[in-house]
Design a protein around this ligand. Sequence first.
Ligand code: F6P
Length: 479
Amino acid sequence: MASPGSADLVIVANRLPVDRVEEPDGAPGWRRSPGGLVSALEPVLRANDGVWIGWPGGTEQDLEPFQDDGMSLVPMTMTAAEIEEFYEGFSNATLWPLYHDVVAKPEFHREWWDAYVTVNRRFADKAAEVAAENATVWVHDYQLQLVPAMLRELRPDLRIGFYLHIPFPPAELFQQLPWRRQLLEGLLGADLVGFQLNGAAQNFIRLVRQRVGHKTHRDLVYLPDGRTVRAAAFPISIDAASYETLARSEEVGQRAKEIREAVGNPRKIFLGVDRLDYTKGIYARLRAFGELIADGEFDVSDAVFVQVATPSREQVEQYRILRDDIDRLVGRINGDLGRIGQPAIHYLHSSYPREEMAAFFRAADIMVVTPLRDGMNLIAKEYVACRYEDDGALVLSEFAGAADELRQAWLINPYDINGMKLALREAYAADEREVTKRMKAMRKTVLQHDVSAWAESFLGELASVRPSHGKTVRPAKRS
Ligand code: F6P
């Protein structure tokens, strides 16, 4: 067993909450990393006084553990080849599309897998080094699915949780993976494996039974060594109260007014906010909006679309293709349908701080969230949290995890452009009473089930001791 460190709670995620960047004057600095995982986990780390192990982006090799804004961060290194093969390759060109309903074709390369194993081992070694005796280690997301088993081997004293932020696919898709068994066994190193939705947990249990051959009962897996692993749903959320406070602030209110003025004070502002990712359904959503203008349903002085697309994974080919496609589509819609000083779509390829995002959410009458597949989609919840006056409409894909909780949204199938057009028209025309009724109900859900409730329920379940199951179970079969 490796000798213990001193941290009682260790969060292990591919990315640190801050990215290493070069400031305009050339000096190195830090910037908040994109994505829902960081926004969800940051408050958890602060509340529990833990340590976060992750990659700060880039290839810098000699970064020491440091404190940032009250958080203890342990940076992991990655070589240029590992970024290409582990991060861009296996994580984001194999697992990402495979786990998102193969909306893009996953690529399988043996050298990418080798890099995945190497980097996962490095993270497991580091977690083994910093965790105190009997500490809790919480491993996150698809980039690190081998870490639980690797870590358990080094440190059997630890309590290990794993949480998958993205969907977990049905067996029919997962079994395409040449390394399916190794990934399942990696996850089974955890005591508790958390998913966004019940269906994902069931997919996992079924795969463990079929592909690894372990005995399962409901949400439990009985391992031959006596350990029990539980797989269950813990729908993730946001720090809703802090978003509401931000939205209520004078500065944000003022900035929201400025945004409305800057886009010409139309009757209604539609808003999309996404990482620029092909799973988010940005293309179809903008097409639907463009068609509504072309059909004469909306006029550009009455309705504008603001699309914020945060740059993401720009070295991965599918993301480059998507960026070009969206650039072309926005250009065509604005060229065909815009007027001077009145484009139909305001397209911003950029990331913004939380305050500016809260101002966008305050300014927008209709939030449009239309992923083809999404683990949860925290943007939808952030919008709801910011609408403290119970106004604002949410158009939401049925295929986002958030649709399970936000039933009062205008739910759409993102593959059905006509259905999406209808929902956009309905949300545009809905009377105030209807909008308020729906938003009130959604706000109740989001404010009650916030990120601290999520973390408490996961960590509480992880802490509950599960004695040896005492059953005689057959050894796992090979497949
Ligand atoms: O959960 C989705 C996720 O991949 C997170 O793991 C990640 O932090 C976020 O999206 C942003 O992606 P990336 O780290 O590849 O920029």
